[in-house]
Design a protein around this ligand. Structure first.
Ligand code: PLP
Length: 381
């Protein structure tokens, strides 16, 4: 017998409470019963997004919400600044370019966050920029961006909005949408929302809705103005992923039970424990500004084929983690502490990592060094 553990940055583990619900018979969505669920879900999402705005639900993975933000908020030929700190930042440029926007890209070294000075300089050089598009947490490098500071820059500019992909950030660390002046905030179900993939959520500020009125990029299915009208009636425009929304009702209840700030504290503890463990093992964290969602770790020189680390962890020990993507393939591996994860999940991940490293010839540590660092972090907290 071998148990398996999912420690990837999405999909993440799904709580038993939600799995049990998915065994129930489906209900119809154009009913008072479903509208009541939608209303509770919307209230829970407002709590999570820390906004007074309605939160729209799209039957899609997270990328569609990024796509919809571009098609619903901008005009062909508009200029936007896209912060490219890795694979997902690069996606902003790709989407914007695909829809005929002019993209000014801020390309960062992998594992570094944009600085406020860099973004401000680009805004000064491009006073006609209509938006700054970035990730609150760049999953491919495990890097946290200075969301509050970047949004402060867009807040003071009349026709320029902040579009924040918080797909691995919302529900991990504090992102108070209204307080910080975040204009578009996006997340996806398979991350800190603790659900299977298939549902994206996004909210728009009044300023963003103002720009939406002038957007001219063709769209039909993912038309956010239609979703805005539907959500006001406790509905979605099209047939929604009913089971996922019922699951969301449950995970939002869990987040409220724990308390949003305790959820952030838990992620902070697990992220610190993970970083302390890999450092104790003599490894290097890639990011200079690490995100509490995922820790990217450089493959040590002693291991020639870095892709063997996630492979061995999964195939030999049953623990799924992520490797590097694109230019970072084989150079890093990523340990996740996001969503339905607690202290002992991290111990499992680090225990399997210790075994894997020794298997692959990296043996300059004693067994228990990493797991000991995890326990020590918990003890000191
Ligand atoms: C920061 C970030 N943005 C976008 C995406 C893409 O989301 P999806 O795969 O749900 O389309 C991901 C997925 O991992 C992500 O981590």
């Amino acid at each position: 017998m071998r148990k398996t553990y999912l420690l990837t940055p999405g999909p993440t583990q799904v709580p038993d409470r939600v799995l049990a619900l998915s065994a129930r018979q489906i209900i119809h969505h154009r009913t008072p019963q479903f509208t009541a669920i939608m209303e509770e879900v919307n209230a829970g999402l407002k709590y999570l997004f820390q906004t007074k705005q309605d939160v729209l639900l799209l039957a899609s993975s997270g990328t569609v919400a990024m796509d919809a933000a571009v098609t619903n908020l901008f005009k062909t030929g508009d200029k936007v600044i896209a912060i490219n700190g890795g694979k997902f930042g690069e996606r902003w440029s790709k989407i914007a370019t695909a829809y005929g926007l002019q993209t000014v890209e801020l390309k960062l070294e992998p594992g570094t966050a944009a600085t406020v000075k860099q973004v401000e300089a680009l805004l000064v050089a491009n006073p006609d920029a209509r938006g700054v598009l970035f990730q609150a947490s760049e999953t491919s490098t495990g890097t946290r961006m200075p969301t509050r500071e970047i949004c402060a820059l867009t807040k003071s500019r009349k026709d320029c909005i902040s579009v924040v992909d918080a797909i691995t950030a919302l529900g991990v660390f504090d992102l108070p949408m209204d307080d910080w002046g975040i204009d578009v905030l996006i997340t996806g179900s398979q991350k800190a929302l603790m659900l299977p993939p298939g549902l994206a959520c996004l909210a728009l500020s009044d300023k963003a809705w103002g720009l939406a009125a002038n957007a001219n990029i063709p769209k039909f299915y993912f038309d956010l103005s239609k979703e805005k009208k539907a959500i006001a009636k406790g509905q979605t425009t099209w047939t929604p992923p009913i089971s996922l929304i019922i699951g969301l009702q449950e995970t939002l209840k869990m987040i409220r039970e724990e308390g949003l700030h305790n959820v952030f504290k838990r992620h902070d503890l697990l992220a610190r424990a993970t970083r302390n463990a890999v450092k104790a093992l003599g490894l290097e964290v890639l990011s200079k500004d690490p995100s509490n969602a995922v820790t990217a770790v450089r493959v040590p020189a002693e291991i020639k084929d870095g892709k063997l680390i996630p492979k061995t962890m999964r195939d030999k020990y049953g623990v799924s983690i992520a490797g590097g993507q694109d230019e970072l393939e084989g150079k890093i591996f990523r340990l996740t502490h996001l969503g339905y994860i607690d202290r002992f999940d991290v111990l499992i991940g680090i225990g399997a990592l210790e075994l894997t490293l020794q298997d692959l010839g990296y043996s300059k540590f004693q067994f228990g060094t990493g797991t000991g660092a995890v326990l020590q972090t918990y003890k000191l907290t």
